[in-house]
Design a protein around this ligand. Structure first.
Ligand SMILES: Cc1cc2nc3c(=O)[nH]c(=O)nc-3n(C[C@H](O)[C@H](O)[C@H](O)COP(=O)(O)O)c2cc1C
Ligand code: SF4
Ligand code: SF4
Length: 296
């Protein structure tokens, strides 16, 4: 019996979780961005883990593309772990749906609360669309989440060893279910987020795909020293260095790695992130992040 754990991460939360799980079940650890451009994703392992961050109550676009490339899933034990800041939402249901469309099923799915790494409205500035900044989580609160994870890992280990089936840790507040039912993600939510990103124009991409265009809000100022870390860390090679400055190429995953890991803290989303404290998981190093995009 062999296992493989695939992960995607922007600020290291999902990588830290993936590493712990891979070590616990003695599985190989592979980054999703290193295989997602392959024609197919094949593995001989009979236990497959998929670890990812929750994006907008759902799954990141790269996870959708990755699962679409997977083959021979029918007899495999596939489990998922989403990391989230507020709620796992219905991301594991989306993952299950994607896996089912490839002939498999999500045997078990877990949610792990971790420090929130994305935009949050401040409600201080009158201009709502320009009010989004970073949320600061105190070191004490972060540590509590990490300690809770250590405890939760024990339970997951037992479940995986006994190949437990059927557990899906979704947390769909009525409003999230309603949003899904009324298809508001594709209408209202898409329009609002593209406006927050200052995207001008119209796109018929689905909501999840349209996040790729939200890099129109990224910019950097004269503090940029041209080190190129943002370009190297981007898991989908969405940043070109042009005359020593980053230029975003509109196939972004919104993982926020470029903003959170810039050593000069000069990458901003509009200008709402100017004073926000940057975050990454304390056990994940820049070198771990830089190897995420290397092809397997
Ligand atoms: C684009 C984006 C959207 C997000 N949406 C949600 C969300 O809907 N609910 C939530 O609880 N957390 C949300 N988050 C927070 C992340 O899921 C959370 O911080 C996660 O642990 C980050 O994982 P990472 O460090 O592996 O990238 C979002 C983060 C990003 C970047
Ligand atoms: S990581 Fe920051 S300082 Fe380095 S090139 Fe990118 S924006 Fe400039
Ligand atoms: S451009 Fe930035 S936010 Fe977008 S995928 Fe690359 S690193 Fe992530």
């Amino acid at each position: 019996m062999s296992g493989i754990v695939y992960y995607f991460t922007g600020t290291g939360n999902s990588l830290a979780i993936a590493r712990d799980i891979a070590e616990t079940i003695n599985a190989e650890l592979i980054s999703i961005s290193s295989v997602v451009e392959n024609e197919t994703v094949k593995t001989d392992a009979d236990m497959i883990g998929i670890i990812f961050p929750v994006y907008h109550q759902g799954i990141p676009y790269i996870i959708k593309r990755f699962v679409n490339k997977m083959v021979n899933l029918d007899k495999k034990y596939v489990f998922g772990v989403c990391t989230y800041g507020d709620s796992p939402g219905i991301s594991l249901e989306y993952l299950d749906k994607a896996i089912k469309s490839k002939g498999g099923r999500l045997s078990a799915g877990y949610g792990v609360r971790m420090p929130y790494n994305y935009l949050t409205p401040s409600f201080v500035i009158k201009d709502f669309f320009n009010s989004f900044g970073l949320r600061e989580i105190t070191i004490e609160k972060q540590q509590k989440m990490f300690n809770d994870w250590d405890k939760k890992l024990e339970g997951i280990k037992e479940d995986l060893q006994s190949r437990k089936i059927g557990k899906l840790e979704t947390q769909a507040k009525i409003i999230e279910k309603l949003v899904d039912f009324l298809n508001l993600r594709e209408t209202l939510q898409k329009t609002v987020w593209l406006k927050i990103a200052r995207f001008e124009g119209y796109t018929n991409l689905s909501f999840v795909e349209s996040l790729q265009l939200m890099d129109s809000a990224f910019n950097c100022d004269e503090r940029c020293n041209g080190c190129g870390i943002c370009s190297k860390i981007c898991p989908v090679k969405n940043i070109k260095m042009v005359e020593g400055r980053p230029l975003w190429q509109h196939h972004c995953e919104q993982c926020f790695a470029c903003l959170q890991w810039c050593p000069k803290e000069t990458v901003q989303f509009r200008n709402g992130t100017m004073c926000g404290k940057r975050y990454h998981h304390p056990k994940v190093k820049l070198s771990d992040m830089l190897s995420q995009g290397e092809c397997s």
